[in-house]
Design a protein around this ligand. Structure first.
Ligand code: DLL
Length: 435
């Protein structure tokens, strides 16, 4: 554990955050970009005008600002200071790009080393890193952190699952890093080859980059015989390592709030109390390449203080409950896809591969369609469909059209993030026979 950063007296940390905030605001004003204009319009002339306690009154930025100033218009340093660019492919093919300075890469390595350390990794560890390497921050981010920790990192990247299994069997990594859906895929692929997935070497998996539920966590832990921890991050803020569960964080994720100050706000932008879900808003206190003041992430989660009595004093966040814009509003009921996942996977006959389709082909009568697969071919599919539909209605209060496909019918994601939610408003159904 990084005793100074993670174990600091919260009051001292707050004083450091305040000092860093003043520096950040001065940097943004000097860079004179869109964030400076907004700050000036809000009456801020210099960093010393800003108080952490009043942060929620300051203007925000969001993805639309990044798109508008594409590719690197929000960078606050001269181009020669940027040492790498990452980002996400984003929805609708619109990428978001982020420029990092050497200082930012250093911060990234530190917070990722901290995240891996909290999961029990050490210099003696071998980290099998099956997050994609590329523009996506997952592969390179974990790589930086594992190297900083002094562990041996295997840069497996995404895809080529048979080769990944070979590497895992030959190198006996104790830590697995990938998306939760790829962890399931790896386990199933092992089983298909006659290898007991629970007998593979990893003792802990650090899984993230896409929404998942407690129920899927239970399944992954049983399938692979390990502890599965949740890691969260977004490229705009740094990448993976913004927050991560540790073995002792009691199911919530420690936020690296010495670098990334977090707020949770309601739909009107007002702060919500701890324990109440709200949209996460991040301020990158120490970043220099593309610093962001109050970035609206679109991710909904709740915040909490540290575990009482724990050596770690960082604030924590819940798992991401959903995205502000992924919330399905079905006949007045608000549901996040992860809640549907939890209901689906609570039935042992249902495999973790599913697809939720928000059907708006008839605008006046939106429908939620759910495609599921049985775990094996021997299941009575008609009964399964009826039972799942009944449970969704009972637990979430929504009527869904459930379709049970043959095993293997839901497309798998070998590289990148699994797509669990599709919006369908015209044309052919996203999966054959789903209309
Ligand atoms: O997904 C960074 C990352 C890589 C995180 C590897 C964890 C592990 P982006 O591609 O920019 O960055 O996508 C960020 O993914 O705003 C969330 O909506 C979602 N997301 C990331 N982690 C989680 C998670 C990386 N643990 C977007 N649970 C974020 C749920 C997550 N959603």
């Amino acid at each position: 554990m990084d005793a100074v950063a993670e174990g600091m007296d919260p009051e001292l940390r707050r004083a450091e955050q305040q000092r860093a905030l003043v520096g950040l605001v001065d940097r943004l004003l000097a860079a004179d970009g869109v964030q400076a204009q907004r700050l000036r319009a809000a009456g801020v002339r210099r960093g010393a005008d800003v108080d952490l306690a009043e942060l929620h009154r300051l203007p925000t930025v969001d993805k639309a600002d990044l798109w508008e100033h594409y590719p690197l218009g929000l960078c606050a340093v001269p181009a020669e200071e940027i040492v790498c660019v990452h980002g996400s492919s984003g929805t609708g093919g619109r990428p978001t790009l982020v420029g990092y300075t050497a200082h930012d890469v250093d911060v990234w390595a530190r917070v990722m080393a901290r995240a891996l350390g909290g999961a029990g990794a050490s210099r003696r560890s071998t980290v099998h890193n099956a997050y994609g390497y590329g523009l996506f921050t997952g592969g390179v981010g974990v790589h930086h952190g594992a190297m900083r920790l002094g562990a041996a990192v295997v840069p497996a990247s995404g895809g080529m699952t048979a080769r990944q299994l070979r590497l895992i069997q030959d190198l006996a990594p104790d830590v697995l890093c990938c998306t939760p859906s790829y962890a399931v895929h790896l386990g199933e692929a092992a089983r298909a080859e006659g290898v007991d997935p629970a007998g593979l070497s990893p003792r802990v998996a650090v899984l993230g980059a896409e929404p998942w539920s407690e129920t899927l966590r239970d399944q992954v832990e049983r399938l692979l015989g390990l502890r599965a921890l949740d890691i969260y991050g977004l490229s705009e803020v740094i990448g993976p390592g913004v927050a991560c569960e540790s073995l002792d964080s009691a199911g919530l994720l420690n936020v690296a709030e010495d670098h990334f100050y977090v707020e949770a706000v309601d739909a009107d932008g007002n702060p919500v109390p701890d324990g109440t879900p709200g949209e996460l808003v991040f301020t990158t206190l120490t970043k220099t390449g593309m610093p962001l003041l109050r970035y609206r992430s679109g991710d909904v989660a709740s915040l909490a203080g540290p575990v009482p009595g724990s050596a770690r004093t960082l604030r924590r966040m819940s798992r991401v409950l959903g995205r502000r814009d992924d919330m399905l509003v079905v006949r007045g009921v608000n549901v996040f896809p992860a809640e549907i996942e939890a209901v689906l996977l609570s039935d042992a006959r249902v495999s973790p591969h599913y697809l939720i389709v928000e059907d708006r082909t008839v605008a006046a009568r939106p429908e939620v369609r759910v495609a599921v697969e049985p775990v094996d071919g021997g299941v009575d599919t008609a009964a399964l469909g009826r039972d799942v539909a009944a449970r969704l209605r009972e637990r979430l209060g929504i009527a869904c059209a459930v379709r049970v496909l043959a095993p293997g019918g839901v497309p798998r994601t070998e590289a990148g993030k699994a797509q669990r939610l599709v919006r369908w408003s015209q044309g052919t159904p996203p999966l054959p026979g789903l209309g």
